[in-house]
Design a protein around this ligand. Structure first.
Ligand SMILES: C[S@@+](CC[C@H](N)C(=O)[O-])C[C@H]1O[C@@H](n2cnc3c(N)ncnc32)[C@H](O)[C@@H]1O
Length: 210
């Protein structure tokens, strides 16, 4: 799987290209609306305050991080595999409480035990990843009891060389249950705010680390 993973799918010259990649060409309206809805749900459910340090795994250009920082004054570390996404996230979020970090740098800090966050979220990311290494990176930086939010497609869609998206059959929801307690299944509440073609194809869950 790793051998065929096409990272170039997440590269783009400018913020418009990258935003199109993130929401697969959907409208600006979706961007504004979904970002608000997800940020508000996380603030309520995860008790995010100005004292919280939160990991945004697969931050993209930082749409959610920007909103959370603006609304709560929390600090966010944005991690992404794409250098282009990370570069744009710095100018898009443009706040001293935001730190962009390469995946490699973050993984090293986790391995060395140099980082622990108060909570984490990963939105439309783990469906695409070489799952286990990505997941372990999130898991190991969370203390016991810490909250985690995921929004994800039910089926996997891994970008593969030379083209297309592959489903390796991995059941992410079931895998998460081995390490997290489900605290709220927010799928019904949140999916109704997404385009109709997402209904019954996604899950949105809050959990806390066992
Ligand atoms: C659909 S976008 C979602 C971005 C952001 N979470 C949002 O909702 O605006 C998927 C993001 O995951 C990133 N990504 C893909 N594979 C990754 C991996 N293995 N580790 C970290 N980030 C990854 C991509 O570069 C891209 O920014």
């Amino acid at each position: 799987m790793v051998k065929y993973y096409d990272e170039s799918r997440f590269l783009g010259q400018n913020i418009t290209d990258l935003a199109n990649i993130i929401l697969t060409g959907d409208t600006r309206q979706r961007w504004a609306y979904e970002t608000q809805i997800f940020a508000d749900a996380m603030i309520n459910q995860m008790s995010i305050t100005e004292r919280s340090l939160i990991l945004d795994y697969g931050v993209g250009i930082g749409r959610i991080a920007k909103e959370l920082i603006h609304k709560t004054g929390c600090s966010v570390i944005g991690v992404d595999i794409s250098e282009d996404m990370l570069r744009e996230s710095v100018s898009y979020v443009s706040h001293q409480n935001y730190t962009a970090m390469s995946l490699h740098q973050y993984q090293n800090m986790v391995k060395e035990g140099k980082i622990e966050v108060d909570g984490a979220y990963s939105i439309w990311v783990l469906q695409h990843c070489d799952f286990e290494p990505a997941y372990q990176t999130i898991l190991r930086s969370l203390p016991k009891g810490a909250p985690f939010f995921i929004a994800n497609t039910i089926n996997r869609c891994v970008p593969v060389i030379p083209r297309g998206w592959a489903d390796d059959g991995l059941d992410i929801r079931a895998r998460l249950r081995q390490d997290f307690n489900l605290t709220r299944d927010a799928t019904n509440d949140l999916e109704k705010h997404l385009p109709e073609n997402h209904y019954s194809r996604v899950f949105c869950e809050f959990m806390c680390k066992l």
